[in-house]
Design a protein around this ligand. Structure first.
Ligand code: DGL
Length: 231
């Protein structure tokens, strides 16, 4: 059985482009709608009420594209959806912070993610976990992708020594800086919850494939079409 409906990928901005790329390379027949919400970026410093209103509104709009699957390619959105109990008529697949039990792990994420119930729970369960909210980093990465201004990564992480076994990227924007972050924490392995999301999407699409055709990609904001072409 084929399912020719599109897949929607949702992020505040460019954070979801990497997982989109992997899906596009692996499933060439799938149509993809890349839904970004640049006017409300950053999500990471929004109040609960505001973020909830924004996400509910966007999930309603995304369902208007009649997708078969919505990938919330954003940790902040995924955790908020879980916490606020937001539902959708179509399956929602999220990105969640990944940690390694009993290994010295540094989780870098947005302020909203750092305050989430999920991260509080992770901290209770993992004594070797350090959480570091990164104010303004997602916006710097947006600027980098749009205008090529490289973020001051050394400055940003200067308080840390290379004492971690793992550095976990808890915001999908940070995966655009994976190499640069890896150079700062050169003893650590960089891990990313989006890898697990890709595997779940892969499992889903293997059983709900689109008919053999040339898949198309549509950007709700043309700004990301340009960034996509340069990735
Ligand atoms: N890319 C989003 C995430 O994974 C957040 C960026 C933002 O603050 O808007 O958390």
């Amino acid at each position: 059985m084929y399912d020719d409906r599109c897949i929607a990928v949702y992020d505040s901005g460019a954070g979801g482009l990497n997982i989109t790329k992997r899906i596009r390379e692996r499933f060439k027949s799938e149509d993809i709608v890349y839904f970004s919400d640049r006017k409300n970026l950053p999500y990471g410093d929004k109040s609960d009420g505001e973020l909830r209103r924004i996400i509910e509104n966007n999930i309603r709009k995304i369902n208007g594209f009649c997708p078969k699957l919505i990938i919330m390619a954003c940790n902040t959105v995924s955790l908020a959806v879980r916490e606020y109990g937001i539902s959708s008529p179509v399956m929602l697949l999220g990105v969640y912070p990944k940690v390694k039990n009993n290994k010295k792990t540094l989780l870098i994420c947005t302020e909203r993610t750092a305050k989430s119930d999920c991260v509080k729970e992770l901290l209770r369960e993992n004594k070797s976990l350090t959480v570091s909210p990164q104010r303004g980093f997602a916006e710097e990465i947006e600027k980098y992708l749009a205008y090529g201004v490289l973020p001051q990564i050394k400055e940003r992480f200067k308080g840390f020594h290379d004492e971690f076994d793992f550095v976990s990227l808890g915001c999908t924007h940070y995966s655009h800086m994976k190499k640069e972050i890896g150079k700062i924490f050169n003893r650590a392995e960089i891990i990313d919850g989006a890898d697990d999301t890709f595997l779940s999407a892969e499992r889903y699409l293997k059983t709900n494939p689109s008919r053999e055709k040339e898949g198309k990609i549509y950007f709700t904001d043309k700004n990301y079409e340009r960034i996509w072409a340069a990735l």
